[in-house]
Design a protein around this ligand. Sequence first.
Ligand SMILES: [Zn+2]
Length: 477
Amino acid sequence: MSMKIHILHMNDVHSHLENQMRVGYQLRRLRESLSQRGEPVLTFDIGDVLDRVRPETEASLGRLNAALLGSLSVDGWVFGNNEGLTIPRRVWPELVAASGGTVYGTNIRDESGSPLAELTDVFIYDLKGIQVGVFGVTPSYPKPYEHLGVQVLDPVVESARAVRMLQQMGAHIIVALSHLGLGADHSLAKAVPGIHLILGGHTHQLMDEPVYEGQTAIFQVGKHGVAFGHTTLVIDDATHQLQMVEGRAVLPTVLEKVDAQMMQVYLSHWSEIDKDLDRVVCELADALKTSLDEESSFANTLAGILQTEYCADVGIVVSGLLCASLLQGVVRRRHLHSACPTPTRPVLIDLSGAELWRVFERGLQPGFCLQRGFGFGFRGSVVGHLGLSNVRLEAHREVDDKVVVDEVVIGSERLVKTRIYRVATVEYLWLSSVLPEVHEGNNVDIPPPLVRDLLMERMNHANIVRDARFTCVHIRL
Ligand SMILES: [Zn+2]
């Protein structure tokens, strides 16, 4: 005789709350019908359920998203990079409590190397005598995690440790919740024998059914709540051996109802969220303009805030990080959030004067601003124009439209090509190859908080906004 254990799983919802509530409606109904048949069900979220691109998540710092998981009665959750890198560590215990499930941090430790009290390394669910052992791993980004009060250890090494522990504890089945990405899941399966099933995320593949790497089944179901996964483990009653893994993606349509309990949770959070988004950031005497193809005061303001906050020599951003101008008058948090939705972090690097010169010249070429911005958390369309602070560029345009920089002044002094300058920029420019010199920058530091948090805190600094209105770039024809 065999028995079935069902696992319902979501990954990379990224705060697509409407879709999540549709998924929730179907998931809850399916779970009820399976339970009525007497078949055990586990519900898991595999990370990046939240995304600060969404105002409700920004205002609640993910508390709403965690409460939605709670109302869906998840049994387990593993943090993705969005939870780990964009939600302050001090809020994590609240998120864990609100989710009501076991939150896995098998490769997460505090600064001293100790496990975090609110996270769990391994856990065994006893389902009608079958011991299902679970652990959960998140991707390691050593630099960005450096100042966040946590260490993310090598996921493969920690997975091997978790498997050994679960085997010693008597687990019959071992399931990994992995926010590492599909390629990394294959590597994990090869490197660590003994995992029966890896439920994944991060790389957003919408798979129709599990694939196998050796004896390990691997499955993930897309992104943004377009689907949830229904994976069934068929287990021999007598031997407790896994006989078969079946899986499918369940795709609700837009016509599907939303889950009433999740909607209730959403509504109960709304007035707090609305109050937060309504808070006044500053009052602008004049509009702050964003332009994708010419220098603009809002992009320069962003560069100015970064440069002054970290006492850098130069601030460099791109206007594509901004999606709207700010109007004259009162600016509220909701305005700033919609104008700057990208949850990118500040990055400090060292560049030589010669490298800086090349960055400026590259950024001023006609095609630069029209390159498509992609990946690394970028939430705009094209890369846009350079936004600068504490720099003055003199340049001329040649007959073939090429722009040649003639002079660079940093502060009040001419740039020295052999000198090393401290540059404040954003994670997107450091991670992507839009400006190769920035990507290769030395002495990298990624201080908290998010760039947008800095904007919220510092926009009322009249001097920065005033300076940003002066043009940094002068191109003679
Ligand atoms: Zn991710």
